[in-house]
Design a protein around this ligand. Structure first.
Ligand code: KE4
Length: 429
């Protein structure tokens, strides 16, 4: 398959005149892989189709939400029925209650929650809530973790910020950024020292319990437990940003895998079933601080929107434990295949996998934090990406992103992908 995409190129050139960078979210711009982006016209199951009529096996899955595959028939028909009842009322509905009940049943640490419309809103609001609840200002995050584009959190972030090498975005006042401290992921010792110095001033620690925004990076044994112990000891709140891992790694997200209960959990992506959705929830005593029951203000015109809730609720109801077993084994088969092909062809890669998310790092050293992720050969990744695309495989267009499988990625898709990997590694070795 060649890479010329006449219709995508024409649309992109028009889009660049009206939309900054031609895209509505930077990582979609394909800049890290030296290409103009594809414009997508439709998607079904494990596949997406671009405006030039070419179809690909999709490992972006809309950056995580499409765990059931694209255009799942039950989600689509539920949305059609919901749309006929109107699209937004700006008033409470039974649907929001049903989604809250579904999430609280699945994630034991969430006793109460608030719905919003994006992961950024969820984390931004969770930070404000933690500051309001503790009366403290300092926020601790981890280098390479990305929690959306809220001002408090655009400090040494991952994802698109890392891809563009923008450690701190312009527009965030130094007076504001100074309240956010960042240490390396998996660096318990640095975190302990920070708490010794400033523990009484720390409102919260926010962490991706399994990181996806520097590429997929797993917590070292005991790391999450250390976060829990330190935050409890100093009266700070522990926030798990499970926007990506929530209902991805298990029905209880990373909390269903690691024995650590946070004070607040942020969710997004999958709980919206592909429509705009975010949520944050936790201990009742903390959540009651939110307006109108408490003084911490947070709001949203389309929070709990009936269409987004319908797509999310239908999705979550279809995610039973057997889905996760199937996803895990398909992803393991793919990752093991990639590792053995790389070994056979002498291509230095490290493949990090957690459930149905994974990243192929072009490095011969373990990737356990941002410094080790950043040492990867991003030029090799870009060449790998372009060959895979030519072979009909659509990977996340950045070394510092996680790839995702859906329940529709079956043996056929895995075999086709490994055939493409063999060709791509053969070309770059
Ligand atoms: P949104 O505001 O994009 O819904 O969520 C922000 C967010 C928060 N927390 C985590 C752990 C996240 O992964 C995200 C968003 N993830 C990126 C992909 N790395 C979304 C893709 C994009 O920015 O276009």
């Amino acid at each position: 398959m060649d890479l010329t995409r006449p219709r995508s190129t024409e649309l992109f050139e028009r889009a660049e005149k009206l939309i900054p960078g031609g895209v509505n979210s930077p990582v979609r711009a394909f800049r890290a892989v030296g290409m103009k982006p594809l414009f997508i016209s439709s998607a079904k199951g494990a596949y997406i189709t671009d405006v030039d009529g070419r179809t690909y096996i999709d490992y972006v899955c809309s950056w995580g939400p499409m765990i059931l595959g694209h255009a799942h028939p039950e989600v689509i028909s539920a949305l059609q029925r919901a749309a006929e009842r109107g699209t937004s009322y700006g008033a409470p509905t039974e649907l929001e209650l049903l989604l809250a009940e579904e999430i609280c049943r699945a994630v034991p640490s969430i006793e109460m929650l608030r719905l919003c419309s994006s992961g950024t809103e969820a984390t931004m609001s969770a930070i404000r809530l933690a500051r309001g609840y503790t009366g403290r200002n300092l926020v601790v995050k981890f280098v390479g973790c990305y929690h959306g584009h809220g001002d408090s959190l655009l400090v040494r972030a991952g994802s698109g910020v890392a891809t563009f090498g923008l450690p701190d975005s312009p527009g965030v006042p130094a007076d504001f950024a100074k309240h956010t401290l960042a240490v390396d992921y998996n660096d318990e010792e640095a975190l302990g020292m920070l708490f010794e110095q400033l523990g009484e001033q720390i409102a919260c620690v926010i962490v991706e319990p399994v990181a996806g925004n520097m590429g997929c990076v797993l917590p070292k044994a005991g790391f999450l437990e250390a976060l829990r112990e330190l935050t409890s000891r100093y009266g700070a709140l522990l926030i798990f940003d499970e926007v990506m891992t929530g209902f991805r790694l298990s029905r209880a997200g990373a909390q269903g895998i690691y024995p650590v209960k946070p004070d607040i959990t942020c969710l997004g992506k999958i709980i919206g079933g592909g429509l705009p959705m975010g949520a944050f929830g936790g201990r009742r005593q903390i959540m009651q601080m939110l307006a109108p029951s408490g003084p911490v203000y947070q709001a949203g015109t389309l929070s709990g929107n009936p269409l987004a809730v319908t797509a999310g609720l239908t999705t979550l109801r279809l995610l039973d434990d057997s889905v996760y077993t199937k996803l895990e084994s398909a992803t393991r088969k793919l990752c093991e295949g990639i590792v053995s092909i790389a070994a056979a062809l002498g291509v230095p890669v490290k493949v990090n996998q957690a459930g149905s998310m994974f990243t192929v790092f072009f490095t011969d050293k373990p990737v356990t934090d941002w410094p080790s992720a950043k040492a990867s050969n991003t030029e090799l990744f870009a060449r790998f990406f372009r060959t895979m695309l030519k072979e009909g495989i659509y990977l996340p267009p950045s070394q510092f992103e996680a790839a995702f499988l859906s329940v529709c990625h079956a043996d056929e898709e895995i075999e086709k992908t490994l055939t493409a990997v063999r060709k791509a590694f053969g070309e770059i070795r």
